[in-house]
Design a binder for this molecule. Structure first.
Ligand code: SF4
Length: 357
């Protein structure tokens, strides 16, 4: 059985894409086979990304107050999650937040705003921020995540220096109407395609643990391959109190590693990013997951706290990986927090308290 995944990796490296059946076999591998899955997926990871880890840093420009009803989201219409809510950060605050992430080792800053999509004024605001950020940090990669794009907005963002645009498909087309009713799967795909057509690197991923079947997870991964998404954030549902999923716990650490491995087999040369829910769901398997995925977010998420940024950097170093684009000395080991319910972010953007970076 252990040879099966190695043979699959051989075939993929020789140019034969993984089939949906291959991806299903990875998801359904026995836990006793987990390290065989990781070893085979790890060959693909190293073939395309060596031992590097791309570190991204999130800045939540606008938090909560969203009119959309995505049922997994703490910022959605109808969510009672006691998160920070604020309207747009100033340019100065945005630059200060981004600088903290860059000092912590991030090479990409993700500027995120809640909402259905940006107005013309919103796009002007973000382009101004991006131009200032790029003039201060010429090497930084900037990813914008502002919701559904109207015609012409991707081109404006591109002209300002935006490198990537994130808009997750989140789940399979066949499951999409179960998680949100205020926009469609096709709306989301349209925005990813608009970004790509404007010459911006598309970033689109998924959320696992939303009640989807194995087949639907595979359907979403194959759709991401067809969309040619350059980077694929894999989120694990964080069941925020006050949202419809507050009691949804479908994931185990081993299951999360298999999901990341399935993403790697289906999209071997794409940036597979461990995203929200990493600490909560992978728990002690976080370092194992780094042998499959090649990217993560440093520190905090949009509305929840991540583990200490030092612990992230220690994990990268301790496991023989290096932060992409950074040769700085890595911080000393910090204590690992206990797995717990999502801790609402009370520091960083939108507060007077220093960010976690
Ligand atoms: S559009 Fe974005 S911010 Fe708004 S509810 Fe959906 S995921 Fe949350």
């Amino acid at each position: 059985m252990s040879d099966t995944f190695q043979q699959l990796a051989d075939a993929i490296l020789a140019g034969t894409p993984a089939t949906p059946e291959d991806a299903l076999a990875v998801l359904r591998a026995d836990d006793a086979e987990l390290m065989h899955v990781v070893a085979a997926a790890g060959r693909l990871r190293r073939a395309y990304f060596g031992n590097t880890v791309k570190v991204n840093y999130l800045v939540n420009l606008k938090s909560g107050l969203c009119p959309e009803n995505c049922n997994y989201c703490s910022q959605a219409l109808g969510s009672d999650a006691p998160i920070l809510k604020y309207s747009w950060l100033s340019k100065e605050d945005t630059l200060a937040q981004a600088s903290a992430g860059l000092r912590g080792g991030a090479s990409r800053v993700c500027l995120v705003a809640s909402g259905r999509g940006p107005s013309t004024r919103d796009v002007d605001k973000v382009t101004d921020m991006v131009e200032s950020l790029k003039s201060e940090y010429p090497d930084v990669e900037v990813c914008a995540c502002l919701g559904l794009l109207a015609d012409g907005q991707a081109e404006q963002l591109k002209a300002a220096g935006v490198d990537a645009y994130n808009h997750n498909i989140n789940t399979a087309k066949s499951n999409h109407a179960n998680i949100v009713q205020t926009h469609t799967y096709d709306d989301r795909v349209d925005t990813v395609q608009k970004a790509k057509s404007a010459g911006i690197s598309p970033c689109s991923g998924l959320i696992a643990g939303l009640g989807e079947s194995d087949e639907q997870l595979v359907e979403a991964l194959v759709a991401l391959r067809e969309l040619d998404s350059d980077s694929i954030p894999v989120n694990f549902l964080m069941p925020f109190e006050g949202t419809p999923h507050e009691n949804t716990w479908e994931l185990s650490p081993a299951r999360c590693v298999k999901i990341l491995a399935a993403a790697r087999f289906v999209c071997p040369d794409k940036e597979v990013r461990i995203a929200g829910g990493r600490e909560m769901h992978l728990r002690s398997l976080q370092p194992i997951a780094l042998h499959v995925a090649n990217s993560l977010f440093l520190g905090d998420y949009l509305t929840s706290e991540g583990q200490d940024a030092r612990a992230d950097l220690d994990m990268i170093r301790d496991n023989g990986f290096v932060v992409l684009g950074s040769e700085q000395d890595l911080a000393e080991r910090a204590a690992q927090p206990e797995p717990a319910d999502p801790a609402i972010r009370r520091r960083g953007a939108g507060t007077d308290v220093l960010p976690n970076a």
